[in-house]
Design a protein around this ligand. Sequence first.
Ligand SMILES: C[S@@+](CC[C@H](N)C(=O)[O-])C[C@H]1O[C@@H](n2cnc3c(N)ncnc32)[C@H](O)[C@@H]1O
Length: 424
Amino acid sequence: MGTSKFVEEINRRFFNNELSDKFQAELNKIPIDRPDVFAMVERMFGYIKASGIPAQDMSLLLGELLGSLLARILPEAWEGRVPPVTVAGRHQAIDRYIKSNQWIKPAKKKMLDIGCGFPPYTTIDTAQFFPEWHITGADPSLPQYLVYDEVGNYATFDKNKSTVYFQPVAPTIENWNVLLEDAAATKNGFEKLLNELINAQSESENGLPRLEHNPIQAYETDNLTFVHGGIGQIDIEAKDVIRCFNVLFYFDDIFYENALTWFCDQLQEDGLLFIGGNWAVSSESYYNVYQKKDGQLINRAFVFGLDCICPFGIASWYANHDDDRQTAELVKYVKVIRQDNDFLNRFYKIHDAQRLKYGLCPRDDQGYYGALDSSITPEELWPLVGKMLEELNEAGMNQEAANVLQQNGFNARINGVGHIEINF
Ligand SMILES: C[S@@+](CC[C@H](N)C(=O)[O-])C[C@H]1O[C@@H](n2cnc3c(N)ncnc32)[C@H](O)[C@@H]1O
């Protein structure tokens, strides 16, 4: 099926043909030869519909992320490997939550951050946030070599000098397009540069292009070490806390279940496990909290940020398999909250005014969420999204959403970092 036929069909099936023309034009950029992107968008639309999100809330930014960015970041773009995509500051709220949670005492702890990504920005943030703790980062894709080209785009390589991943100096869609217009050529170019730099006698004066051997070592400190390997693969001493974020949504539910067994074996009695997903500045955070009691994992809570009910990005629905238990759970709560019209009207009143004030996809004259103000840079966008969530929480909208869940029989409350927490 061609892209335009696909867009036509999902518009009909999920949105009663109500998606705006501009949104459809963004979706029509999905490359015709990428069935994985088609499948992902279709799955996401299923979640969006089930959440009760209408066509009018599908912003042009969302259209751009689905139509252009997805094809860059899904595993199929990387020969089936999970890309090590991460962003500094992504887990700030999660770190604060771990510190303030009611189940463990704030003593010296040992923590594992598994699937930490590379460069391991979030693990570094955590080691700095918990200077008394010892943090171990682990990932199967930690590179043997790292090469920066003459402008600062980088590529990572395994021990066979084969490219694992590359990324533009600033990961905007335009910069990605330059590198991915001919991905094979970019890969070959980086591999050629690696061989040149290995044989080079001297370094360039401005540090670009540059080669780093076993680059993860440079990030190690007194309280931060790294291990090469993934879930079920590494040999470590038992930990008090394990964090696994933005990893399990790439796998099916059998993998998730097996991972829980392995995590349980790696935890001390009373130890905590945090599994979830999110995006920059802890936007669209959602996570389960498990605790090891009498040798078994107990599911303590499911937690999410209020922005998951009307997200700017795609993290809330980023499930790569139909049986993703966390996305299904998130959708269940979002649907209940969105069905409360009194709540929703109050939410939209504040949120639509915020979008207008900050120029972040405000409604157009037909009532559709539109585009970003062109003066907003990629660096400014997500901090503004984070600020809007803070403002909504300060206005008490998170508590109101928790009240809606309570009225519907869920044991919901607001936790120490403003997230909506359902306790089991
Ligand atoms: C999207 S990144 C997430 C990075 C970081 N945790 C974050 O939240 O920003 C996903 C990471 O999962 C890693 N990964 C893939 N398979 C894995 C496995 N079986 N066990 C642990 N990590 C895995 C990938 O190498 C990749 O670095």
